[in-house]
Design a protein around this ligand. Structure first.
Ligand code: SF4
Ligand code: SF4
Length: 315
């Protein structure tokens, strides 16, 4: 594909976040794409799971129907109504197949849309604004999601064009994608962030919707490639899923035989995405559960005792 075609390629993106220091080396700009094959019960980006754009409704910002009725007036399907407090309510069973006229009309950003088609050129123009920070810190662009390689052609076009412009790139993947796709992407990027959630396939399926066979196979192939590209493996530690010694020990032992380019990190469960479930009229399946800090620390001790300096401790 020509550079011209790459620059025009579009993908469904729901956020571009600048100045991140958590998703790859240095200071980074994270491009979040929509669409994911997994449905992790703890997902902190519920708006990333479906490929298409989604209407989000934040009642806390609604001015109330006694002051404003713009959304009601423009909706072609009568999908907007008032709730008991005279605030906006979207009838999800009727809403759909519409260019989100209500969100365009809403003056308070009570109604917004998660997801927008954006071109490679447009995205890189945002990413390149911080080129000076990348140079100083060894940072760059991280493609995240959702699962960024679900939009394979778009992801490849973005990575190719970034490489051409000498922007360092990383991908954050759940690994549940065809091997050929992962392999192609691995040739273009500088760093890989790879999630391993559980070694027990049944438990994996129960909490993510799919077993782990393809993920483990992809990881093994990736780590076996003859190159020196670093792979940071990450495990989100989730209450009642993998917050126990046996689960973390099993992952750390699985990683032990691989080359020195593998590092490992545990990420503590957090509830930052809870509000977004409510905006989408979804119920967060994790409820009020919290991760025990002492337990998290002891699980880090466990991983460190197996992987030594290849384990990166999170404070
Ligand atoms: S997205 Fe369209 S159909 Fe749905 S509530 Fe808004 S205006 Fe109505
Ligand atoms: S347009 Fe926005 S602020 Fe006005 S009633 Fe609808 S949701 Fe509320």
């Amino acid at each position: 594909m020509s550079s011209f075609e790459d620059r025009k390629m579009q993908g469904m993106v729901f956020n571009i976040q600048k100045y991140s220091v958590h998703d790859g080396p240095g200071i980074r700009t994270i491009v979040f794409t929509k669409g994911c094959p997994l449905r992790c019960s703890w997902c902190s980006n519920p708006e990333s799971q479906e490929y298409g754009p989604e209407l989000a409704c934040n009642k806390g910002r609604c001015l109330g129907f006694d002051k404003c009725r713009y959304c009601l007036d423009v909706c072609p399907k009568d999908a907007i109504t008032a709730d008991a407090e005279n605030l906006v309510h979207v009838k999800r069973n009727i809403c759909g197949d519409c260019p989100h006229l209500c969100a365009k009309a809403c003056p308070a950003q009570s109604l917004i849309v998660y997801g927008k088609m954006r071109s490679v050129e447009d995205i890189l123009s945002v990413v390149e604004q911080d080129a000076v920070f990348y140079t100083r810190s060894g940072g760059g662009l991280t493609l995240s999601g959702g699962e960024p390689l679900m939009q394979h052609d778009f992801a490849m076009a973005l990575l190719r064009e970034a490489k051409k412009r000498r922007v360092r790139t990383a991908i954050e993947t759940c690994g549940m994608i065809p091997w050929e796709t992962l392999h192609d992407a691995s040739l273009l990027i500088h760093d890989m962030l790879f999630d391993l959630k559980h070694m027990d396939s049944e438990k994996h399926e129960l909490h993510t919707g799919m077993g782990n066979a393809r993920i483990l196979d992809n990881f093994t192939r990736l780590a076996g490639l003859q190159n020196d590209k670093p792979i940071l493996v990450r495990t989100p530690v989730i209450p009642d899923f993998n917050d126990n010694e046996e689960a973390i020990r099993a992952i750390a032992k699985f990683l032990l035989p691989f080359e020195d380019r593998i590092t490992y990190e545990l990420l503590p469960y957090h509830r930052l995405g809870t509000q977004k479930y409510h905006f989408l009229d979804r119920i967060p399946s994790m409820g009020e559960v919290q991760l025990d800090k002492k337990l998290f620390s002891s699980l880090q001790d466990t991983a460190q005792s197996i992987l030594g300096e290849r384990f990166i401790r999170v404070e």
